[in-house]
Write a protein that binds this ligand. Structure first.
Ligand code: NAI
Length: 456
């Protein structure tokens, strides 16, 4: 049996980056992937959805060109087949980039389904296809899959092609006339934003009384209004109870109602992939279907780590990246820990949302003494110059005791690009007085952070 210093199961963002960093550091590393390198993020998640959303943005601009003094553009149309082809091209380019990086870092790439057979004194026995390997250390990075609950008709219609998950929706070559989205979370809203822009009549059925889950309440309302303006219909406090061939049935305020659908997107969350990989053969602890890890990404089994969605902590690709680095650093003997409180999140709707840290609500729930400031994005000259809808806001949450930022929530153009600047301020615990001394380029939309700081 060939022995590796490190075997990584799963070639998504957590797995490929762990392999790349380990290979770079000189560890004899193998990464095993059963579908395609890049995982859900590159092949059927983050990146493909962003190519879709950019097409919608261009389309929206074209249709509103006259508002910027550009006439003669005419009524734009969307070639959905081309949008999917372009998406496939983008994915292909990035997947080959990932493989190139792994190769450059001397990582062995194996296309096979990996299975953990057991443990010996020398290491962990991994079966990959017909071969067996010995891993001195193991990183499990098997990711997550969409939750498809036992709602009557949901699975049957998924097989029949009427119901889609994130995978099928990104291969849709025709724009459905009526799209019903089950779940007003991140995936649901991004796809609602895209399909409503390009002409579908979109209805979002969401169980809670607000969209975008833990997003700051004021921002969630603005996002809802913006999407409603584009024609999205929201059924809030509505629980889907059945899916039929041409409609979705839901319960709202004790009444059963129906909404017609040509296609249905099921986006009600994801669950860790922990079944069928042999975790029980080495006794890995699990909780609610996800692998339990500490802040060094260690499981309860010596030399076994878990990074990315499989540990069920924060299911975001960039969380997986950092977890991968933390795991590899600890393997290399360099102490490193995750700090989950400074992980930014972005909703790539139009307008987009960037947030990090505590909301006013979560801070108060924790009993923190905070003050909040919320200012309109119209305090930024570039924002006004570039937008016709001027409803963006920037909200900051400050810890009174430490006089440092602990949260920022912004809705408006580019917020997903510059939210990381606030993550840095939170992570480094920069005093508000010192943030005031930072110079922001002018005119930019990110200047809004400076404006908000001076409004405290
Ligand atoms: P989610 O957890 O964000 O939202 C699911 C929503 O479905 C919740 O609001 C929930 O209340 C609702 N729901 C559950 N059961 C329901 C029912 N029977 N009827 C009506 N509503 C119901 O899950 P989503 O959108 O599927 O995303 C999955 C994961 O992918 C998340 O962890 C998300 O963070 C990640 N993701 C992140 C992106 C980003 O950062 N831009 C983009 C896409 C996905």
């Amino acid at each position: 049996m060939e022995i590796f210093d490190l075997i990584v199961i799963g070639g998504g963002p957590g797995g490929y980056l762990a392999a790349e960093r380990a290979g770079h550091a000189g560890l004899k590393t193998m990464v095993i992937e059963k579908r395609e390198f890049g995982g859900v993020c590159l092949n059927e998640g983050c990146v493909p959805s962003k190519t879709f959303l950019n097409s919608a943005k261009v389309f929206d601009y074209a249709n509103h060109a006259a508002a910027y003094g550009v006439n003669g553009v005419g009524k734009a149309t969307v070639d959905q087949k081309f949008v999917v082809e372009r998406k496939n091209g983008v994915v292909k380019m990035l997947v080959s980039g990932v493989k190139g990086q792994l190769k450059r870092n001397h990582v062995t790439m194996k296309m096979a389904e990996a299975f953990i057979e057991g443990k010996t004194d020398e290491g962990i026995v991994i079966k990959a296809g017909e071969e067996k390997f010995l891993a001195k250390r193991l990183i499990v990075a098997t990711g997550s899959m969409p939750v498809v609950p036992p709602i009557p008709g949901l699975r049957e219609n998924l097989q029949a092609g009427t119901v889609m998950t994130n995978r099928e929706v990104l291969d849709l070559t025709e724009i459905p006339e009526k799209l019903v989205v089950i779940g007003g979370g991140v995936i649901g809203l991004e796809m609602a934003s895209y399909f409503s822009s390009v002409g579908s009549k979109v209805t979002v059925v969401e169980m809670l009384n607000k969209i975008a889950g833990p997003t700051e309440a004021e921002i969630s309302k603005i996002l809802q209004k913006s999407l409603e303006k584009k024609g999205v219909d929201f059924k809030l406090g509505a629980k889907v109870t059945a899916v039929e061939k041409d409609c979705v049935v839901y319960e709202k305020d004790g009444k059963v109602e129906k909404v017609a659908a040509d296609k249905v997107l099921c986006s009600i969350g994801r669950r860790a992939v922990t079944q069928g990989i042999g975790l029980e053969n080495i006794g890995v602890n699990m909780e609610r279907g996800a692998i339990v890890t500490d802040d060094m990404m260690r499981t309860n089994v010596a030399n076994v780590y878990a990074v990315g969605d499989v540990n069920g902590k924060i299911m975001l690709a960039h969380t997986a990246y950092r977890e991968a680095e933390v795991a590899v650093n600890n393997i290399l003997g360099k102490k490193d820990r995750m700090r989950y409180n400074v992980i930014p999140s972005v909703i790539y709707t139009n307008p987009e949302v960037g947030s990090v840290g505590e909301t006013e609500e979560s801070a108060k729930e924790k009993g923190l003494d905070v003050k909040c400031v919320s200012i309109p994005l119209t305090f930024s000259g570039r924002y006004i110059a570039e937008n016709t809808d001027l409803n963006g806001i920037c909200k900051l949450v400050v810890n009174n005791k430490t006089n440092t930022l602990i949260g920022a929530h912004i809705i408006g153009s580019y917020s997903g690009e510059y939210i990381v600047s606030v993550s840095a301020m939170i992570d480094l615990e920069v005093d508000i007085e010192n943030i005031k001394k930072l110079v922001f380029p002018h005119p930019t939309v990110c200047e809004i952070v400076r404006e908000a700081i001076f409004s405290i």
